[in-house]
Write a protein that binds this ligand. Structure first.
Ligand SMILES: CC(C)(COP(=O)(O)OP(=O)(O)OC[C@H]1O[C@@H](n2cnc3c(N)ncnc32)[C@H](O)[C@@H]1OP(=O)(O)O)[C@@H](O)C(=O)NCCC(=O)NCCS
Length: 180
C-alpha cells in the first residue's frame, strides 16, 4: 500500500484538537508541545489526507535514566510512536521511522535509541524489521507514565528493553547494496 500521501511534520498547537481526536492523552500532548517550544524535543505528527494517523516524540534532552545516557550520550531517544489502530500494518509506522532517521542523519546524528516494553511483541517485531538491534547490556529499570482520561498522570515502575540503530552504517549498507 502506498504511503506517498502521508505528511510528517513537527506538530503545532493547531494540531492539538486532531491529535486528541486520534489519541486522547491531552496532558501528554500539551506537555510535549511545551517541551518542543523550549527546543527540548520534537513532536512529529503524521497526517494522511487531513486525518492525524500517527505521532512520535523525539527526546533530545539528556535521558532520564542515567545508565542509558551513559551508554548512549547525546543520542536522540524515540518515544511514544503510535499509529491509529485502524491504519496499522499499512506502512505508516515505517514511514514515520524513515522520516525520523533521515531527519537525524541530515543533522549528523550517528545513532538513535528507544526503549521497549518486553511484553510488546508487535513493536519488537516492527523495530527488528526496521534494522534495530537489542542493546545486550540488559534490561533497564524505568518509570512509565500512564495518561488517564481524567487528565491525571499515574507513574509506574517498569522494566524496558533498549533497542538502537547505527544510522551511518545503515546508510552505508544501503549504498553498498546499491552497487551493481
Ligand atoms: C508498532 C506500530 C507503531 C507499528 O506501526 P504500523 O504502521 O502498523 O507498522 P508498519 O505497517 O510500518 O509495519 C512494518 C513492519 O513491522 C512488522 N509489524 C508491524 N505490525 C505487526 C504486527 N501486528 N504483527 C507482526 N508484525 C508486525 C511487520 O514486519 C511489518 O511489515 P509487513 O506489514 O510488510 O509485514 C503500531 O503497531 C502501533 O501504533 N502500536 C501501538 C503503540 C506501540 O506499541 N508503539 C511502540 C512503542 S515502543
Amino acid at each position: 500500500m502506498s504511503t506517498n500521501d502521508i505528511g510528517i511534520d513537527p506538530a503545532t498547537p493547531g494540531d492539538l484538537p486532531d491529535l486528541l481526536r486520534a489519541f486522547g492523552q491531552e496532558t501528554y500532548f500539551r506537555r510535549q508541545l511545551t517541551r518542543q517550544a523550549e527546543a527540548r524535543g520534537v513532536l512529529l505528527v503524521a497526517r494522511q489526507s487531513t486525518r492525524v494517523v500517527g505521532d512520535v516524540y523525539l527526546w533530545l534532552e539528556p535521558k532520564e535514566e542515567p545508565e542509558l545516557e551513559e551508554a548512549f550520550p547525546g543520542v536522540p531517544l524515540i518515544t511514544h510512536l503510535e499509529v491509529v489502530p485502524d491504519r496499522r500494518r499499512r506502512g505508516i509506522g515505517s514511514a514515520i521511522m524513515g522520516h525520523i532517521e533521515s531527519r537525524l542523519t541530515e543533522r549528523g546524528c550517528k545513532q538513535v535509541v528507544l526503549g521497549l516494553d518486553p511484553a510488546n511483541a508487535i513493536a519488537r517485531r516492527f523495530y527488528e524489521t526496521l534494522g534495530y538491534l537489542e542493546w545486550t547490556q540488559g534490561a533497564l529499570q524505568t518509570t512509565k507514565e500512564i495518561f488517564l482520561s481524567s487528565g491525571g498522570v499515574r507513574r509506574e515502575e517498569e522494566v524496558c528493553h533498549v533497542f538502537y540503530k547505527d544510522l551511518v552504517s545503515a546508510r552505508l549498507s544501503v549504498h553498498a547494496g546499491d552497487r551493481p
